[in-house]
Structures are given as structure tokens and as C-alpha cells.
Design a protein around this ligand. Structure first.
Ligand code: PGA
Length: 251
């Protein structure tokens, strides 16, 4: 059975003082049965997060990496640098990067490849805009985005990837997709994977992201093809984040 994963994306939030309090609260909470938990933090805080969470039940990681191994790429962070801070995960292809930084499907696929080669689990994000949903293009858009990843990594590589469906209209808006809307897309993505490998499809962890909160998590997490959540805003509040993890716990 697929184990649930609850990932907190801090985005560009935090300070040493604020993180200190949040990390302490997370650490004090008991592990949640059958749920993996991870925080994805701004690169400058990786040392602090490692020190704060080492030896706990949490994993941690970054929010982006370069598609290059190393070299003259000012401002970029290499996958190997995240490994130096004992990261296990990294987000690639978040819509905020696709939209604000012009990241293409191909670039996102190369980043996922760099992550895998460095021994990191990429959490690959995809999702449609509101205009695309209203035009009935959701399925085609996510199929194209996912197809580029499968093509680059091959079905075998996909065994080491986590996928996150994040409809752009639901991110940071307070307006989550309904559990049915999310389930429908997740099922489509799993079927797309099954065209290449039914075994990998059966094991593929598919997260939902976009305004996940404690109040809507139970319903979302009860869907058969939703294996966890990528949580933005609510991951900055320890009680909310922990309540979402509780909602994902198999009862
Ligand atoms: P949100 O962000 O939970 O604040 O909507 C989710 C994300 O962008 O990963």
C-alpha cells in the first residue's frame, strides 16, 4: 500500500527566529502513524532545519534546484548542495516557478533528473490555470506536463518520483479543488503512468496541493488516488500542519 506523505512548502517565508519556534513545535509532536512528513524550506535555512530536525521523524528538502550539475550559474543551487545538508526531497516545477521564471516542461524534467542523480526524491508539480480548467483543457494540460517527465525519466525513473497535482487557481487562494475534482485528475495521472508501467503506477505517490487545510484534509485524503498533500500556507502553522497529517493517517 502507498504510504501517505505530507509535505510542507514554506515558500519564501520564515526567519531564523520564526523557524526556531516552528521547528520546536513540530519536533515536540508525536509521529503520526503511517504518514511520512517533510518540510521544504528556503535554502539559507537548511542548516538550521537540519540541526532542528535531525534524529526526528521528519525529512526535509529544498524548493528548487538547478538543472546543471555545478558551474558558473550565479544564484542557483545544485542538487548535490542539498544532499550536503542531508535533504531527501526537492520540489521541482512548482507553478510559481513555471509562471514567474518561465520554467518549461523540459527544464522541469531536467531538474527532476538532476535530483534523481543526486539521490534526492523530486516532488514534481503540475496543474492547470483557471482559464485552462474553464476551457475544459485540464486533462490535456496535465497529461502534457506529466508526459514530459515520464519521457525524460522513463518508467523506471518514475519509481523514485513523487508527483503533486496543484491546480494553479487553488494555490494560495483559499479555494481548494473539491475532493472529487482532485480525485478525477489523480486517477487520470495514474492511468497515464499505467500505460507505461502498471507496477510503477500502483506505487506512484500522488499529492494534492492548493489551499489544503485541516478543515478540508480529511475529505481530500480519503480519496483512493490521493496519497498526501503539498501544503503551502498551512504548513507555517504547526497545529494546522500536524492536523493535516492526522487527517492523512490511516484509521
Ligand atoms: P497553498 O500552497 O497551500 O498555500 O495553497 C500550496 C503550494 O503552492 O504548494
Amino acid at each position: 500500500m502507498r504510504r501517505k506523505l505530507i509535505a510542507g512548502n514554506w515558500k519564501m517565508h520564515g526567519s531564523v527566529a520564526h523557524n526556531e519556534v516552528l521547528l520546536r513545535s513540530l519536533r515536540q509532536a508525536d509521529p503520526v502513524e503511517d504518514v511520512d512528513m517533510v518540510v521544504l524550506v528556503p535554502a539559507p535555512y537548511l542548516g538550521q532545519v537540519r540541526d532542528g530536525l535531525q534524529g526526528s521523524h521528519y525529512a526535509w528538502g529544498g524548493q528548487d534546484i538547478s538543472d546543471e550539475l555545478q558551474g558558473a550559474f550565479t544564484g542557483e543551487v545544485a542538487a548535490s548542495m542539498l544532499r550536503d545538508f542531508d535533504c531527501h526531497y526537492v520540489i521541482v516545477g512548482h507553478s510559481e516557478r513555471r509562471q514567474r521564471h518561465g520554467e518549461t516542461d523540459q527544464l522541469v524534467a531536467r531538474k527532476a533528473q538532476q535530483a534523481l542523480e543526486a539521490g534526492l526524491t523530486p516532488i514534481v508539480c503540475l496543474g492547470e490555470t483557471l482559464a485552462q480548467r474553464e476551457a475544459g483543457e485540464t486533462h490535456a494540460v496535465v497529461r502534457r506536463q506529466f508526459g514530459a517527465i515520464i519521457e525524460a525519466l522513463g518508467p523506471q525513473g518514475m519509481a523514485f518520483v513523487v508527483l503533486a497535482y496543484e491546480p494553479i487557481w487553488a494555490i494560495g487562494t483559499g479555494r481548494s479543488a473539491t475532493a472529487q475534482q482532485a480525485q478525477e485528475v489523480h486517477q487520470g495521472l495514474r492511468r497515464q503512468m499505467a500505460e507505461q508501467s502498471p507496477e510503477v503506477a500502483a506505487e506512484l505517490r500522488l499529492l494534492y496541493g492548493g489551499s489544503v487545510k485541516a478543515s478540508n484534509a480529511v475529505e481530500l485524503m480519503s480519496m483512493p488516488d490521493i496519497d498526501g498533500a503539498l501544503v503551502g500556507g498551512a504548513s507555517l502553522v504547526a497545529e494546522e500542519f500536524l492536523a493535516i497529517a492526522q487527517a492523512a493517517s490511516v484509521k
